[in-house]
Design a protein around this ligand. Structure first.
Ligand code: 26Q
Length: 801
């Protein structure tokens, strides 16, 4: 949009006056942010209405991306950037004597997701709007987001994330679009006069789903799409129904808090209620919207694509069936054909414990009508497939089995497309996790490698690098990220390589200032900033990184005169509150940090910082400052990873196993520009197959490793008696489930090579540049374009070069 600075400042001052009835100089940064947010939302309102109207007028096919998590991060800067008014607004505010950065930081970062999956959904929202695609998000407006993490005595403590305390400036409450969602009670089918069977409900618990819409502005294209988040409320009680406190609490609870676990499919009834709640409300509102402009269901699947982001929204499948059967009198066959043609599903994990399964008794009690429909899906699946594939395979893959509703199987059976998120992951789905279903439906399976929003993760998060790149190759890459490749022409331009180093130094200093202020730890910015930021999980192997720190510490203690390349090890990670082992790893790393950072003989050579409360905003600070990106999961376990892509695009070199999208990163940037090591997925499956992994042998053969692992239990690290033993036992007594000891030696060798290589600034920056230049292919713009072409069949109007 076009905006003159003078108009902006007048508008802003008026907004402040109208909202707070005080002079500008008396307002806090938070108030300034809120006023600014309202003003920007107003600036964007025309685009938003025009976009929805134009989709309706053109009868465009709509995509609905269903995700139980969205992690959008702060929206002020990305809205300003996408509306093309970032410079005008920041300069206007500066000229009013205000601190733009402080205003941006006053915005709460909505933590409505756990990690990768939620952030991916948010990156895809940005790309759908930026591609001019009719893409909608559908999720839950949690009253409390993912817990705020603090450390007390090195232990993780969880505090509530009260992100809505001051309201949310970006949302619009649309009570007139609310839907009723039904739980529990009894249901039976009653024959109507016309002979049709209709369900009759008795004693149900009804919940009102109220949508809150957030505008998602596209990049410089006047398109604004909608992210719709549902909130659970009491239904309007025109009939004076009395709700007990218990009933009120039950309703409130549905959207009160995000489940703080990114791996364990806890079979709790509240989680199932959350899943049905947003699946049902979303599906109802889609059908209602479709019928605004259509009179028959005939074109439904041509006009609507529903995407299921992991199994959490799988109930959209039986819910659409219910609506079509019960409310539109469809025959089963027609309803099923429409449903499967509409739905597509992305799997994000190969870990068995994350595959959702619900006990049938719980499911049936909570969702009796939906259960009847799932039973019928199951029955027909068995009838159709058993003659072809036999009892065993069909039993193993049917939606109902072992007394459970198996959500992943239901999702595959009820969708026309099933995708993994990196080539290796998709292959493993076909070979292992969903192998039987792949035999039955080979045509449904495909890969869509994840992508990231470069505009947030490079253009906004790393302004100094963006400026440097723009200066060198212009700004075309902002909308065509593959253009970053043209940077490789400068790989021998020593001046440019030094400029890259200067930019990195600026970003490292910014992070160092934060660490100084918040943690009172002084960082040496000429050290290697070695970064591992992701959820804390055994398979991601933060422990392996910790062992390396112990090794470096002991090496310096043993050889105080040795010339070492200084290191700063930086961690950011939340552990699920119930994940005992993960919390022990946090304690061990914090204890190690205390030991190392306070040892005067270590000085500047080694520092360890575990920055509390890792999330989108901290990611934006840490990622641009990284020299090394640790992506060291046990091969085969990390479906894709996305922080690996963010770090790459900011010039970090990967220290990586051949897992998830690391493989594709290495391929794109060139193996000579990364540090890869360790077992491959085939090696890991080989061990599984033969059952012959013996962690002990790696330990017995390596005296250095014995000493390092031994230091977990010999009081060298104060305060970890319990945790140290627990981790020690996980490695030696319980045979090291994630092959930490098997990969130790290869990992350490690469760490030593890094210490050596880092000293050659030009060679290092050349490789950093190779990473930046190759990172464009991992833009979410391309990923979303491929979803649109291959799966959703929706058009978009940005031409990607
Ligand atoms: C399920 C049931 C009950 C409670 C919680 C959950 C739950 C919640 C979140 C299960 C899983 C998640 C999130 C998973 C996730 O973030 N997976 C990551 O997805 C990324 C995007 O595709 C990948 O890059 C990562 O490799 C994958 O770990």
């Amino acid at each position: 949009m076009k905006l003159k600075e003078a108009k902006f400042t007048t508008d802003f001052i008026n907004e402040i006056k109208a909202m707070y009835a005080v002079d500008l100089k008396e307002t806090s940064s938070l108030e300034q942010f809120i006023a600014l947010g309202h003003l920007i939302k107003r600036y964007d309102a025309d685009n938003w209405t025009r976009t929805s109207k134009s989709y309706r007028k053109n009868d465009d096919k709509q995509v609905y991306y269903f995700s139980i998590e969205f992690l959008p991060g702060r929206l002020l800067q990305s809205n300003l950037l996408n509306l093309d008014i970032l410079d005008t607004v920041s300069s206007g505010l500066k000229n009013l004597g205000l601190d733009f950065e402080k205003i941006c930081e006053a915005e709460p970062d909505p933590g409505l997701g756990n990690g990768g999956l939620g952030r991916l959904a948010a990156c895809y929202m940005d790309s759908m709007a930026s591609l001019g695609m009719a893409g909608n998000g559908n999720g839950i407006r949690y009253r409390y987001g993912l817990f705020k993490q603090v450390f007390m005595n090195g232990y993780q403590v969880e505090l509530p994330d009260d992100w809505l305390r001051n309201g949310n400036v970006w949302e619009v409450r649309r009570e007139n679009r609310a839907c009723l969602v039904r739980f529990g009670g009894h249901v039976w089918l009653q024959e109507q006069e016309d002979g049709a069977l209709r369900p009759v409900y008795d004693h149900t618990d009804d919940v009102l789903a109220v949508p809150y819409d957030i505008g998602m502005a596209g990049y410089h294209n006047d398109v604004t799409n909608t992210l719709r988040l549902w909130s659970a409320e009491l239904p309007p009680s025109a009939d004076q129904t009395y709700y007990s406190q218990q009933q009120r609490d039950n309703i409130d609870d549905i959207t009160k808090v995000l489940y703080p676990d990114d791996s364990n499919a806890e079979g709790r009834s509240l989680r199932l209620r959350q899943e049905y709640f947003f699946s049902s409300a979303g599906m109802q509102s889609i059908v209602r919207h479709y019928f605004l402009d259509h009179t028959s269901l005939k074109y439904f699947a041509q006009k609507v694509a529903v995407h299921i982001n992991d199994t959490h929204p799988t109930l959209v499948i039986p819910e659409l069936m219910r609506i079509l059967l019960d409310e539109y009198d469809c025959s089963w066959d027609t309803a099923w054909q429409i449903t499967a043609a509409t739905m597509s599903y992305t799997n994000h994990t190969i870990m068995q414990e994350a595959l959702e399964k619900w006990p049938i008794d719980m499911f049936k009690g909570l969702l009796p009508r939906i259960y009847q429909i799932v039973e019928e899906i199951d029955r027909r699946y068995r009838v159709e497939k058993t003659p072809i594939f036999g009892d065993n395979v069909v039993d193993r893959t049917a939606p109902l089995g072992d007394g459970q509703v198996r959500m992943a199987y239901l999702a595959v059976i009820g969708s026309h497309s099933v995708n993994g998120v990196a080539p290796l992951h998709t292959e493993l789905l076909k070979k292992d996790v969903l192998a039987d279903l792949y035999r039955i439906y080979p045509e449904k399976f495909n890969n869509k490698t994840n992508g990231i929003a470069d505009r947030r993760w490079l253009e906004l998060a790393n302004r100094p690098l963006t400026k440097l790149i723009d200066h060198k190759i212009g700004t075309d890459w902002h909308s065509n990220p593959k253009q970053l490749q043209t940077l490789s022409a400068f790989e021998n331009d020593t001046e440019f390589l030094h400029q890259l180093a200067e930019v990195k130094a600026i970003n490292k200093q910014k992070l160092a200032d934060y660490v100084q202020e918040k943690m009172n730890i002084t960082l040496n910015t000429s050290a290697i900033f070695d970064v591992q930021i992701k959820r804390l999980h055994a398979y991601k192997r933060q422990l392996l990184h910790a062992l390396e720190i112990i090794r470096e510490y002991l090496d310096i203690k043993d050889h105080p005169k040795k010339d070492v390349t200084p290191r700063v090890h930086i961690f950011g990670a939340k552990a699920a509150p119930s994940y005992h082992y993960a919390k022990s790893v946090i304690k061990v790393i914090n204890a190690l940090a205390d030991l190392v950072n306070n040892d005067p003989t270590i000085g500047d050579k080694l520092k360890v910082v575990f920055i509390p409360n890792y999330g989108v905003s901290l990611g934006e600070l840490i990622i641009p400052a990284a020299d090394i990106s640790e992506q060291i999961s046990t091969a085969s376990k990390e479906a894709s990873g996305t922080s690996n892509m963010k770090l790459m695009t900011n010039g970090a070199l990967s220290l990586a196993t051949m897992d998830g999208a690391n493989i594709d990163i290495v391929k794109a940037a060139g193996a000579e520009n990364e540090y890869t090591f360790g077992l491959t997925a085939d090696d890991v499956y080989g061990y599984y197959h033969r059952g012959d992994y013996r962690a002990r042998t790696f330990y017995d053969d390596n005296p250095e490793l014995q000493r390092i692992v031994g230091s977990l239990i010999d009081n060298m690290i104060p305060g970890i008696t319990t945790e140290g033993h627990e981790i020690y036992d996980s490695l030696l007594q319980y045979n090291d489930e994630y092959f930490v000891l098997a990969d130790y030696a290869a990992y350490v060798a690469k760490q030593e090579k890094i210490s050596h290589d880092f000293n050659d600034v030009e060679a290092w920056q050349k490789r950093s540049l190779a990473n930046i230049a190759a990172s464009g292919t991992f833009s979410a713009d391309y990923a979303v374009a491929r979803y649109a072409e291959d799966i959703w069949q929706v058009p978009y109007n940005r031409i990607l070069k």
